[in-house]
Write a protein that binds this ligand. Structure first.
Ligand SMILES: [Zn+2]
Length: 449
């Protein structure tokens, strides 16, 4: 297997902006030639939040084939970090690093040349020269990315969501450097410059600061075991003390082109049944997974009685309608389109349903352009909706934030909005007949993000 095969979907997305004067090898060199150091000292890496941020950045960047330097003490992991084992942070990352993309591995030496990007956790000292330096930090629900002069000691403790938010923003900054290396091949130089310019100091909040922290997630279903679901489970297994039982409804097997973005998939697990692999990789965490190796489609609706809470990670629009028409008490959908991530939640009595939000089918069997950090943003936003719901906060308190659309390369401009109900929505009107769908769900094996 080649690196080119595992980066197929990433290259497809890069081709949105890069013309044919650059061949695929040039794109791959832009990715592998992007050198990033992730830097933390003992005090800034002590908490589960900080360790989660460090690991999430490293994994997201490795799945985009960047050369990542891990410059931190090899501290004992203080919480669950699936798919890493339970040892120490650097040793476990080095082990996993050789089981991701072919030819990509982490380094732990201090680079002796000027690198592209240095990312420091909190106020950790940066022991090298980089063309661009940023620092990240987190609160419970917020990620912060700032210039070094605004660095402060790592703030968040055990709750890991804000740390993952900061990591997701930092991973986007690294990928933008790869794209800027290709600017002479831009299809639209103006658009490219705007999309991939470095971000300034930014805070991104996944939920209000006073949102209650809960590890009680009870039972829920995930429709699809693809990239969005993998990101959701990656997030939820990191909630300390999590107690949950999830079914993953997914018929397919892991493919090399999944490795660029599936947060819990290892190279050595390629070919495994996706749902069964997720059950195995999450065993030993407080989140127990029951694999259901089936596609959620009209013929299975009566066999797979969905639970009250359902998380959907499929692009296929009729599949979403089918889930909506099974009337889950609470439904969330995460998705990506090119450089953008989106998530929404749907519950009776608050705004529109999943079909109100996406009333048009968009059938296509073409491979989908995707990249690690965009899929992770979508999963993180969806998981945050789920945790807000589980916190017991009245749902109508955040109806104005029922959906979010954000382009992670430009996190300054998220759009949070209410989902307007459609008067002629078939799902809203025909909830009694759950098998009525205009078109059978798409059977292509990789119609998930
Ligand atoms: Zn509707």
């Amino acid at each position: 297997m080649t690196l080119r095969q595992t980066l197929d979907r990433t290259l497809l997305l890069m081709r949105d902006e890069i013309n044919e004067t650059a061949d695929d090898e040039t794109l791959i060199v832009a990715l592998t030639g992007t050198k990033v150091a992730i830097i933390a000292d003992t005090s800034n890496l002590a908490t589960h939040s900080a360790q989660t941020a460090f690991i999430t950045m490293a994994l997201l960047m490795a799945r985009s084939a960047h050369h990542v330097y891990l410059l931190a003490p090899d501290l004992t992991l203080v919480g669950v970090q699936t798919p890493l084992g339970g040892g120490s942070i650097i040793a476990e990352l080095l082990k996993i690093g050789t089981d991701l993309l072919p030819g990509v591995a982490f380094s732990t030496d201090i680079p002796d040349t000027i690198i592209d990007l240095a990312i420091a956790l909190g106020d950790s000292n940066v022991p090298l020269r980089a063309r661009h330096e940023v620092t990240i930090n987190a609160d419970n629900w917020c990620g912060h990315l700032t210039s070094p002069q605004n660095a402060t000691p790592w703030n968040a403790g055990q709750w890991p969501l804000g740390g993952m938010m900061a990591a997701a923003m930092a991973a986007a900054e690294a990928f933008k450097i790869s794209m800027r290396k290709l600017e002479q091949h831009a299809r639209n130089p103006g658009l490219m410059a705007e999309l991939f310019a470095p971000v300034g100091d930014i805070t991104f909040a996944l939920a209000p600061a006073d949102t209650k922290l809960t590890c009680e997630m009870e039972e829920f279903d995930c429709v699809s075991g693809g990239a969005i679901t993998q990101s959701i489970l990656y997030v939820l297994t990191r909630v300390a003390g999590v107690k949950a039982h999830a079914r993953v409804i997914e018929p397919d097997h892991a493919d090399p082109s999944n490795l660029n973005r599936y947060m819990l998939l290892l190279h050595s697990h390629l070919g495994s049944q996706k749902a069964e692999d997720l059950a195995a990789i999450c065993s030993g965490t407080g989140l127990t997974i029951e694999p259901v190796a089936k596609r959620y489609e009209p013929a299975e609706v009566d066999n797979i009685k969905l639970r009250p809470d359902v998380l959907v990670g499929v692009d296929d629009i009729p599949s979403r309608w089918l889930v909506q028409r099974s009337r889950p008490r609470w439904l969330a959908i995460g998705a990506t389109t090119h450089w953008s991530a989106m998530a929404s939640f749907h519950v009776a009595g608050i705004g529109g349903c999943a079909e109100c939000l996406h009333p048009e089918d968009d059938p296509s069997n073409a491979p989908i352009p995707t990249v690690a950090f965009v899929s992770f943003w979508a999963g993180l936003l969806t998981a945050a909706y789920f945790l807000r719901q589980k916190s017991g906060q009245p749902l109508d308190n955040f109806a104005a934030e029922q959906q979010i659309y954000v382009t992670p390369t430009r996190p300054e401009n998220p759009v949070w909005a209410f989902v307007t109900p459609h008067a002629d929505c078939t799902s809203c009107a025909s909830l009694l007949d759950v098998t009525t769908v205009d078109r059978p769900p798409n059977s292509h094996s990789d119609r998930d993000n």
